[in-house]
Design a protein around this ligand. Structure first.
Ligand code: ATP
Ligand code: MG
Length: 354
């Protein structure tokens, strides 16, 4: 489906709303209080009916902000499934998987490692619905450890217990990442020539991933726990945990050209990202039976006519639901009759009859 409209019409806002139907902070990565309409009540809600292999579900999520509180009441958000309030928004991942590309990701390969890691973890989460929750659990434990390290009265037994729990999560996270990277590599090896987008060579750069790849889980956990123990002094001095899955990076090489992604042209980098997303969507579909929903913000504008056609054809072949945006209707001229066209103006959506 394509959403067209002028700059500022509200196209990306719509994609952001859809992206909040999965756990996390949505496609813009905004804090929940920032998502709310300016000068509004501070709260927001999104609801959708989804038709997935397991059946039809009514999903909803809402945030009740409090503009008078210092942080805008920026706590968690609520999630509802078929009218029942859920314990956490994490359950949404059981119903929907989503991947997205935004113009902000154009600098992904040259930008900060944390952005790349988030992008890759989203790919992993499309395979493994526990991945996001594990990472949150790890981060929570890590914050606790950092806090304990600063408190000189803290209990060494407690600290060791936290580090052991961190190690358990860390190895599970790294194992899921390694598995996803392998699946993608296998996928590229088998399907690369059928795609109009280049294949990539993905490499995880992180010591936990190496540990997890070469050791049984229990041993990898022990080694990481020891690493944490040994780096207490350095971590205390730096007021953060220097080693762990939160520091992992991944490098991508443009396969056909054998050039690191950050040295590729803007268009080539975009094509690589699209190639990655399409490969992931296809691999997930083969694995779990349903392809993730794709949110492709302004994706068509960057592509030449042949690649645009290639993208539409790939999406059709994949049978995914893709939400694309663009300022100009002509960008979607070749999307064919199966694509629904909508025009967005001042946040209102109207279907364009073709
Ligand atoms: N929290 C907010 N409250 C009120 N208005 C907002 C908020 N966030 C964004 N807007 C406004 O919503 C409008 C639509 O933004 P959006 O990013 O969806 O536009 P767009 O259609 O994607 O445009 P473009 O083609 O330039 O990407 C903008 O004018 C923006 O300033
Ligand atoms: Mg936009």
């Amino acid at each position: 489906m394509a959403l067209t409209g002028n700059n500022g019409a509200g196209k990306t806002n719509i994609l952001e709303a859809v992206s909040l139907l999965v756990p996390g902070r949505g496609l813009r990565g905004s804090a929940f209080n920032v998502v709310a309409r300016l000068s509004g009540s501070g709260s927001w809600a999104v609801a959708a009916t989804v038709d997935v292999p397991e059946g039809e579900f009514h999903l909803g999520t809402s945030f009740e902000g409090d503009p008078s509180s210092e942080d805008g009441g920026n706590a968690g958000r609520n999630a509802m499934v078929d009218g029942e309030v859920q314990r956490s928004s994490g359950v949404l991942t059981n119903y929907l998987k989503m991947l997205w590309l935004t113009p902000a990701m154009d600098r992904l390969f040259a930008g900060p490692a944390s952005d790349r890691r988030r992008f890759f973890d989203r790919l992993v989460a499309a395979f493994d619905s526990h991945h996001g929750a594990r990472f949150s659990a790890f981060e929570k434990l890590m914050r606790e450890r950092n806090f304990l390290l600063q408190d000189h009265r803290s209990d060494a037994v407690w600290l060791s217990s936290i580090e052991r729990q961190m190690a358990e999560q860390a190895v599970a996270i790294a194992t899921a990442r390694n598995a996803a990277a392998e699946t993608l590599a296998r996928h590229f090896a088998g399907h690369a020539d059928q795609s109009p987008f280049p294949w990539g060579i993905l490499q995880l750069v992180g010591e936990i991933e190496v540990l997890a790849a070469h050791n049984p889980a229990v041993q990898a956990e022990e080694e990481y726990a020891r690493l944490l123990f040994d780096s207490r002094g350095a971590d205390r001095a730096q007021q953060r945990t220097l080693k762990g899955p939160h520091r992992t990076d991944f490098s991508v090489t443009h396969g056909p050209k054998n050039v690191p992604a950050d040295l590729c042209s803007t268009g080539e980098q975009k094509a690589l990202l699209i190639g990655l997303i399409l490969a992931q969507a296809k691999a997930v579909k083969e694995l779990v039976g349903a392809a993730p929903i794709l949110l492709l913000d302004e994706v068509a504008a960057h592509l030449d006519a042949a690649r645009r056609r290639g993208l539409f054809e790939s999406l059709t072949r994949l049978g995914v639901q893709a939400w694309m945006t663009g300022t100009d209707e002509s960008l979607f001229g070749e999307a064919g009759p199966q694509a629904a066209l909508y025009h967005v103006e001042q946040g209102e959506i109207v279907e364009v009859k073709q």
